[in-house]
Write a protein that binds this ligand. Structure first.
Ligand code: SF4
Length: 356
């Protein structure tokens, strides 16, 4: 129904907190024509939306704007998650986007100093002022889609392998001010995730340095202060897993049913292959096929079989026991519908948002 499409593994940043560090800047790449054909095949089979995201910076894909136009011509909802370094390409793609589409820039800081310390961009790339300066230009071209400022909250004690991440809690309020002044539609806050030994993306508050209650109190104060900038055209959003962290209910979201139903509805297509879930990009046990897994009738049949096999084989209650899964409620909802034998047709509603 929806895919996370990693257009490229290339990235011009070296973020300490990058969850996809191990699969970046590899030699593998999509064959453009095959990739476009796959989109046609998948759209014809019911795919509704594509998120151009992770495992690399999507705007570095050659012909990025033309690819967005291709997706829109197929009637798909399209979203882009970008580091902002090639906002000229977002500007180029903007005329093709429309109502219900969105672009989110992963910026994570209010000051250029913290932005550079966290992201380690190559020296020639844009600074935070220049990146944010593009937002009004994008809106002038097309204001029908939302542009968001994404802020991953990092804390002392968090690491990627042996690398300590830079803390940014002190910049939460100022980032909201920057985002509202720059013309973003919203700022969204989410917690830092790490890659566990199993390959899954997990939130690990136990590694927070110092008293967790103190860190959570500072985060809460920052977000409450950020809300002062809310008004017509600008909102402050907290991700589900951040709310769970703040409410100390996050362990509940690590309890998954044995079968993860979302594997059949939303997969990841990357130059490294096709995977069952965004939390398992590049992980062998989560692999469904190659990067051309949906390119023709035969490969679709083969990928359907491997999806069915993984639905049976992949035990989410064990494999995802450390993951604060964003699809926890949906998976349990589907599980209960299956147990009850209740007709899905009787309970579905269309919210006009096909991103899963
Ligand atoms: S249970 Fe959640 S984290 Fe695990 S594979 Fe399914 S969607 Fe991904």
């Amino acid at each position: 129904m929806s895919i996370n499409l990693d257009l490229t593994t290339a990235c011009n940043y070296r973020c300490d907190h990058c969850i996809d560090w191990e699969i970046l800047n590899s030699k593998v790449r999509h064959a453009d024509e095959t990739l476009r054909r796959q989109m046609v095949e998948m759209a014809a089979r019911g795919m509704r939306s594509v998120i151009l995201i992770g495992g690399g910076e999507p705007t570095l894909y050659p012909g990025f704007a033309s690819f967005v136009a291709h997706l829109k011509a197929l009637g798909l909802q399209v979203a882009v998650v970008s580091n902002g370094s090639r906002n000229d390409r977002i500007l180029e793609a903007a005329p093709h986007l429309g109502d219900g589409d969105w672009v989110r820039l992963s910026l994570d800081a209010a000051s250029d100093a913290v932005f550079r310390a966290m992201h380690k961009p190559t020296p020639s790339t844009l600074g935070l002022d220049e990146i944010c300066g593009y937002v009004r230009r994008i809106k002038e071209v097309n204001s029908t889609f939302q542009v968001g400022f994404s802020f991953v909250i990092t804390w002392r004690g968090g690491t990627r392998d042996d690398v300590a991440v830079v803390e940014n809690i002190g910049e939460i309020e100022a980032a909201a001010r920057r985002a509202s002044e720059a013309g973003f539609d919203y700022i969204s806050f989410k917690p830092f995730l790490e890659r566990a030994d199993t390959g899954s993306e997990i939130m690990d508050p136990s590694k927070i340095e110092g008293a967790m209650s103190d860190v959570l109190r500072r985060i809460r104060q920052g977000i409450d202060a950020a809300r002062a900038y809310e008004g017509p055209g600008f909102s402050v959003r907290e991700s589900t897993n951040l709310r769970m962290l703040m409410e100390n209910s996050w362990r509940e979201y690590t309890r998954q049913p044995k079968t993860c139903h979302m594997q059949a509805l939303r997969q990841v297509l990357s130059p490294h292959g096709t995977f069952n879930c965004p939390a398992y990009r590049g992980v062998a046990a989560a692999r469904l096929g190659e990067s051309d897994a949906y390119c023709d009738v035969d490969s679709v049949a083969s990928t359907s079989n491997s999806t069915a096999a993984l639905l049976d084989r992949f035990d989410a209650s064990a494999n995802c026991r450390d993951v604060t899964c964003l699809y926890h409620e949906t998976n349990w909802w589907l599980e209960h519908r299956i147990e009850d034998g209740e007709s899905l047709g009787a309970v579905t509603e269309d919210r006009g948002d096909t991103f899963l």
